[in-house]
Design a protein around this ligand. Structure first.
Ligand SMILES: O=P(O)(O)OC[C@H]1O[C@H](OP(=O)(O)OP(=O)(O)O)[C@H](O)[C@@H]1O
Ligand SMILES: O=c1cc[nH]c(=O)[nH]1
Ligand SMILES: [Mg+2]
Length: 221
């Protein structure tokens, strides 16, 4: 895990396994089945990395032979995962394999076209957020940051957690800047910080439209 140039922002370029998964996700030849599987794998591995930043507790444990000392990851018991539709569905599936006690919130967020990138958010189901909770917002792409800012604004209405963490695949520097400006306390864990955005708001080199790659492009009726 590598600290980025923004406080509380981390990437995983030093993890060959995460970089291999990212490479497969980027590859235009990767179809939806492998793309979804890649997101699940990445979610699981990033959750495992996240547990290294969580509070632990030493506990007594009795083996069949004698008593010894064990460990529990205390914070793992108090997790809320917020899944940002659509592309975060497989990412959440991976995260919850490690963070299996998690309560889950679902929000829809659909980004409009450039240059306004208005966010439509019309489905919001979020559980109560308690002071001991680590809230993990799962969204694979942080591009302009507009989606994330709107989701965090909404999440904060449900309570003040111990930690507010974003788990994503790729982030653009512009998006990180905007999110950190709006919500400085947010921590961000992404596989990689990419170069820039193009004029349509896509991350470069990126992986394309994460929702479409995972589930197929929707049609307008
Ligand atoms: O940082 P931003 O510029 O706001 O863009 C990022 C958002 O774009 C994608 O969602 P999209 O709106 O394409 O919805 P989808 O997952 O349904 O395709 C992605 O999953 C993020 O939620
Ligand atoms: O590159 C991008 C930017 C926003 N949303 C995506 O799915 N991909
Ligand atoms: Mg999309």
């Amino acid at each position: 895990m590598k600290a980025e140039r923004w406080e509380g922002v981390y990437s995983f370029e030093d993890s060959p396994f995460i970089m291999e998964i990212l490479t497969e996700l980027r590859d235009e030849r990767t179809g939806p089945i492998a793309f979804r599987k890649g997101l699940v794998k990445l979610g699981r591995y990033m959750a495992y990395e996240l547990t290294k930043t969580m509070e632990t507790e030493r506990v007594p444990v009795k083996t069949p032979l004698e008593e010894t000392e064990g460990v529990i990851v205390r914070d793992r018991r108090n997790v809320v995962i917020i899944t940002v539709l659509r592309a975060a569905i497989p990412l959440m599936e991976g995260l919850i394999k490690v963070l299996d006690h998690a309560r889950v919130g679902i929000v829809s967020a659909s980004r409009g076209k450039a240059p306004k990138f208005e966010i439509e958010m019309n489905y919001v189901k979020i559980p109560e957020i308690r002071p001991e909770d680590t809230v993990i917002i799962a969204d694979p792409m942080i591009a302009t940051g507009s989606t994330l800012i709107k989701v965090i604004d909404e999440v904060k209405r449900y309570g003040k957690p111990k930690r507010l963490v974003v788990v994503g695949v790729l982030a653009a520097p512009e998006g990180i800047e905007r999110v950190k400006k709006a919500h400085p306390e947010v921590e961000m864990f992404v596989a990689k910080v990419d170069r820039e955005l193009n004029d349509k708001g896509y991350i470069l080199p990126g992986l394309g439209d994460a929702g479409d790659r995972a589930f197929g492009a929707p049609i307008k009726l």
